[in-house]
Design a protein around this ligand. Structure first.
Ligand code: HEM
Length: 415
């Protein structure tokens, strides 16, 4: 395995030699679950076709465009209502945020949102959260090192597989329901579009347009679209209760640009450099995918004086980029000034790569950025956040499939 460190090297290899590192390695624990199908772990021709189709379809449903905004704003209203119901008392917002964020990708892929009071969906979200944490445990590493033994012995990894299979069954059931209701003249969501597309590709098996791959692609979009953005928002609120003076500046900007009589919109972002900087700094310090998602060389590749042979696993150490001491003025401090120039205007930074870069750059970046801005701004427009009395918020993190804060409580007091 080769680990790339620092902004310059990651950019040099992932951008200038992009094709050479476009593959994913086969990781036993993932391969045993999905057979390396779907969007995230697939390679070659099938991955190219599926990535192109997913991007095209999600764009048609508004990804990266203003047309998606009303449904996110609707969800922001539900989320605000749920926070208001807590009546200023302390609570852990993790799974409400999780549910709200998940609903955006759920509408795109399943055509449906889920109430925050839906116990089945809440327990599904809790299960997903649990398996993502389990991925960071030692036996998960043992599984990847000694799969031929671990497949045969009992242990906590059995729980990992049983929970994942429950999540996969949930997605399969959604796909089955769509097949029963399928009407080619009315494509409601990603699953419908995929079912429609299958007929066109029936003579090209390698493209991956079949029902099994539909389940795994849908699963990938659902998981990637739920966990990452909600963990980032969970970090964002933690930083707000940790740094009340930054929270105050955020609210001053909201009051000045948006006011209190209307909801914020994406068009406001260019007039809100401070909030934009706070969200960027949340992503930088939150560092939720510290080692990116693994890549693999597609051919022999020269990096500096080294030849990396074809088929070698390559990790981009995003921690080394997001905390690169040659790039950031105060790398280890939460400091929105990193993204502001001397006049307070928003300033882009080359070492801001939480979505990675190159051929496999995050497929949902546009969607995530829109969600982060609208959810975060809407919440801070309506509430002031503080820790429960006498509690000092901790920035300690838990490391699993993503890096997330330890569960914490906050008070959301209406403004
Ligand atoms: C704050 C939110 C998010 C962050 C930080 C994030 C980050 C990442 C990163 C680092 C990768 C790996 C890129 C690489 O291999 O170089 C990735 C891949 C991916 N992301 Fe995201 N992501 C976020 C939100 C989303 C959302 C909302 C979606 C839903 C559409 C999504 C879908 C995907 C998919 C499908 C891939 C695999 C792409 C491929 O292999 O071609 N992500 N993401």
């Amino acid at each position: 395995m080769v680990v790339l460190n620092g902004q310059k090297l990651v950019r040099e290899v992932f951008v200038h030699q992009g094709e050479n590192v476009a593959d994913r390695p086969s990781i036993p624990i993932a391969a045993d679950l999905t057979g390396d199908k779907g969007l995230i772990m697939s390679n070659g021709y099938a991955w190219k076709q599926q990535r192109r189709f997913a991007l095209h379809t999600l764009r048609n449903f508004g990804l990266g465009k203003r047309s998606l905004e009303p449904s996110i704003l609707q969800e922001c209203r539900y989320l605000n209502e749920a926070f208001a119901n807590e009546q200023g008392k302390s609570f852990n917002p993790q799974f409400i945020i999780n549910n709200a964020v998940s609903n955006i990708i759920c509408v795109l892929v399943f055509g449906d949102r889920f109430e925050y009071t839906d116990d089945d969906f809440q327990s599904l979200l809790k299960n997903i959260n649990e398996v993502i944490l389990l991925e960071g445990e030692v036996w998960a590493q043992l599984y990847n090192m000694f799969p031929w033994i671990m497949r045969r012995v009992p242990g906590p990894h059995r729980k990992f597989f049983s929970i994942w299979n429950g999540v996969i069954d949930f997605v399969k059931k959604k796909v089955e329901d769509h097949r029963v209701e399928f009407d080619p003249s009315n494509s409601r969501d990603y699953i419908d579009c995929f079912l429609g597309e299958m007929a066109k590709w029936k003579d090209d098996e390698a493209s991956g347009f079949n029902v099994e791959n539909l389940c795994y692609c849908t699963l990938d979009l659902f998981i990637a679209g739920t966990e990452t953005t909600s963990t980032t928002l969970y970090w964002g609120l933690l930083y707000m209760i940790k740094y009340p003076e930054i929270q105050r500046k955020v609210q001053e900007e909201i009051d000045r640009v948006v006011g209190s009589s209307r909801q914020p919109s994406v068009a406001d972002r260019e007039n809100m450099p401070y909030i934009d900087a706070v969200i960027h700094e949340t992503q930088r310090c939150g560092n939720i995918l510290p080692l990116n998602v693994p890549r693999q060389t597609t051919k022999d590749t020269q990096v500096d004086d080294f030849i990396i042979p074809k088929g070698t696993m390559v990790m981009a150490n995003l921690t080394s980029v997001l905390f690169d001491e040659t790039e950031w003025e105060t790398p280890h401090t939460f400091n929105p000034q990193h993204f502001l120039d001397a006049e307070g205007k928003f300033r882009k930074r080359e070492a801001f790569l939480p979505f990675s870069i190159g051929k496999r750059v995050c497929l949902g970046e546009q969607l995530a950025r829109m969600e982060l801005f609208l959810f975060f701004t809407s919440l801070l427009q309506r509430f002031s956040f503080s820790p429960p009395q006498g509690v000092e918020p901790s920035l300690e993190f838990r490391s699993g499939g993503t890096l997330s804060p330890y569960p914490y409580q906050l008070c959301a007091v209406p403004r």
